[in-house]
Write a protein that binds this ligand. Structure first.
Ligand SMILES: N[C@@H](CCC(=O)N[C@@H](CS)C(=O)NCC(=O)O)C(=O)O
Length: 213
């Protein structure tokens, strides 16, 4: 039986898992969940993830949530086309960068999105937006300086698959609200990094469906 993949369009954590599933050529059934309709908080879904969030994978009778744990599980269950570098130190750095995207970059971006894109009408306080842009810029500078090669470490890894979707969300904000010039915060190495990910053969398949067209 295929692994079931519960996904939300535009969710960066879901996107990371999707990229890993594709990279590892794992057979899966994509189940697109709405982030807005309330279905994530219904009993059926809460029985597979008590937090009521995506992504979740269900492998036979085993249900797993939290994208980083899912990626680790997929790697151990399907070792082919590894997303973990073979070198022990690089593997540790890739894990560290993946954790840092969740702990530092996502909260900075989330704050800005809550002041802009995620609001039902009008933007938030301009002074708060300015501060939020500054915080996000500092985070992006950090990741810019971490990039060692065309990817976060020498091989394509979970670090890249967790970092990319957050950068893509920044580009999405730019497309929707160019007045913040938010992509100007993305440095040249990160810009090239994004292009490298966008050239992966399976990349287009994983673009959030509601961003297309
Ligand atoms: N730490 C979790 C974060 C999951 C998460 O926050 N998912 C969001 C989408 S990006 C969600 O499902 N939000 C819907 C809700 O909270 O109702 C992970 O890495 O999987």
């Amino acid at each position: 039986m295929n692994t079931k993949f519960y996904y939300g369009s535009g969710s960066p954590f879901s996107w990371a898992v999707w990229l890993v599933l594709e990279h590892k050529q794992i057979a899966y059934e994509l189940i697109v969940m709405s982030l807005q309709s309330g279905e994530l908080k219904e009993a059926d879904f809460l029985s597979i993830n008590p937090h009521g969030k995506v992504p979740v994978i269900v492998d036979a009778d085993f249900s797993l949530w939290e994208s980083l744990a899912i990626i680790e599980y997929l790697e151990e269950r399907y070792p082919e086309y590894s997303v973990f570098p073979s070198n022990i130190r690089e593997r540790a750095v890739a894990r560290r960068i993946a954790a840092e995207t969740h702990t530092y970059l996502y909260p900075a971006l989330r704050r800005l999105l809550e002041l802009t894109l995620f609001r039902s009408s009008g933007n938030g306080n301009p002074a708060e937006i300015k501060l939020s842009l500054k915080d996000l810029g500092e985070q992006l500078d950090y990741f810019e300086n971490q990039l060692q090669s065309q990817y976060c470490v020498s091989d394509l890894s979970l670090a890249d698959f967790t970092l990319y979707p957050l950068l893509a969300l920044i580009k999405r904000l730019e497309a929707k609200q160019p007045q913040h010039s938010v992509t100007a915060l993305i440095g040249p190495k990160l810009t090239t990094f994004m292009q490298n990910i966008e050239q992966l053969t399976y990349f287009d398949k994983t673009t959030p469906p509601h961003w297309k067209g």
